[in-house]
Write a protein that binds this ligand. Sequence first.
Ligand SMILES: *Cc1c(COP(=O)(O)O)cnc(C)c1O
Length: 352
Amino acid sequence: MNLEKLVRENIKKLTPYSSARKEFSGTANIFLDANENSFGSPIQTNYHRYPDPLQIKIKEVAAVWNEVKTSQIFIGNGSDEAIDLLFRIFCEPKRDNILICPPTYGMYEVSAEINDVAIKRANLTENFQLDFAEINRQIDENTKLIFFCSPNNPTGNSLNRNEILDFTKNSNGIVVIDEAYIHFSSEKSFVEELRNFPNLVVLKTFSKAWGLAGLRVGLAFASEEIIGLFNKVKPPYNVSQIAQEAILEALQNFETVEKTIEKIILEREKLVTNLESLSFVQKVFPSDANFILVKTTDANSIYKFLLDETIVVRNRNSVELCEGCLRITVGTEEENAKLLEKLKKYEESFIH
Ligand SMILES: *Cc1c(COP(=O)(O)O)cnc(C)c1O
């Protein structure tokens, strides 16, 4: 992999925006450099000041936990921002392409379309693993990004680690591993492989296991060079003060998060067993995530029935390899019990 060759020319040439808070990082008592409102705000907090553009306090904690340098971390407005920035850093519109392995997370495709970048597809195999023969057929010299989501959304399974590592070793593109659901899996994170692979980017998020989807905070881990490019292209103040403060508070309460993860996994296993007992369920796919993909005899009618009972799940019936499938997020014990009650009602009304 040659990073120089992968980066867009305009990004290489770019002089990044230099914010007031970037130019000055010493100590001062009077801040008249950023056109903020020195009189404060209607609410009694420090929101009248711009936030730390590089979110260094959060990165200091994340660096220790992930055993990387703070300069190997990007923090964004959700991992969706990291995905979009990857396109803007590496993909020349109308010329370059990316590779995805459907069925997978929809944002890779949407980001590609927004950035006018072509999409190559190599569907997963029947058991939802990567099809490397097809991947290698699809890739060409303009394939800049290869997205692997593990555990994968919407299938729920983890992808084979050694196969990905072998592929990454020989890849001329940037391999992006999306680990949004890694906390629910017993698999190791790919972050520890960053030292071996300069073309690896690992995405994580506070939206799932951490329960902070509303804050919009996600992370990208990569080489210092790649993170330098993220910092060059990102909007200067991309993570708000309120989000940074809340994340710092959450980081001090990881035990609570660990307990929640354990509960979700327990509920997931209960839900798997209960779903398998329903006559209209043809297959419950094994899950390493906080959701379950379920193949049914009639996804559309079950979806509609649940909606009428005020329960919303995700209908994946029209997604490749997911015919008849619903994707169900693991809820609280009460929510899952309610779901099962309604599914039994469906079984009685429509199956018998
Ligand atoms: C939910 C999810 C994300 C999270 O995106 P955020 O922007 O961080 O909320 C990323 N990737 C996948 C595969 C997801 O399912």
